[in-house]
Design a protein around this ligand. Sequence first.
Ligand SMILES: C[S@@+](CC[C@H](N)C(=O)[O-])C[C@H]1O[C@@H](n2cnc3c(N)ncnc32)[C@H](O)[C@@H]1O
Length: 221
Amino acid sequence: MRIDILTLFPKMFEGFISESIIKRAIEKGLVEINLINIRDFTLLKNGQVDDTPYGGGSGMVLMCEPVVRAIESVKTSESKVYLMSPQGKIFNDSLAETIYNNTKHLILVCGHYEGFDERINAFVDGEISIGDYVLTGGEIPAMAITDSLTRFIPGVIDAESFQNDSFKGNLLDYPVYTKPREFRGLKVPDILLSGDHKKIDEYRKSEQLRVTKEKRPDLIK
Ligand SMILES: C[S@@+](CC[C@H](N)C(=O)[O-])C[C@H]1O[C@@H](n2cnc3c(N)ncnc32)[C@H](O)[C@@H]1O
């Protein structure tokens, strides 16, 4: 999968692409992540990419020209383009799966300041939000979406652990424990030390149900 991220602040992604699982996925060629600086596409002097809003009001608005030119520099017939926006469709596991299954080339456009000139919407496939709160920019949402989609790619994480992850089959993951067997009086459930894998599987399934009912009853319809 190829993901192009259009941003005014590509340096914000340095740690994201150079550490841990995402780094390994890039190195193995499982995902290609490109960072495109929107500022490189302005036709104005001094790298100007934003201006004051028509009608007055506070803040600066991202201009059409540099954003649309940046999109057009990478867009192909296989691309899906989404603006990062608190007004967009809420990103969740189900939307992640839909995008993963239907997209070879994803373009995520990060806004900043007051957001995008409304007319940019005419050049994209939609808007995505990572939740009902407002961030200073679209960079963290683009990282969250890229990270989540990368986990879908076979070989990025262990297939069994992916299958049991929270939200698969509308259930949360079961609780996990590691050494030591006892920590400050809190013990690992005996069944997990029994070596009986059939019973452990049954126990974990029942724990998935219990935990989901407790923490996210809305997932169980
Ligand atoms: C300060 S926000 C602009 C908010 C805009 N004035 C509004 O209230 O709808 C600047 C940029 O951050 C990004 N952003 C902020 N919150 C977001 C969220 N919850 N999900 C996705 N992107 C977000 C968007 O790219 C947005 O253009």
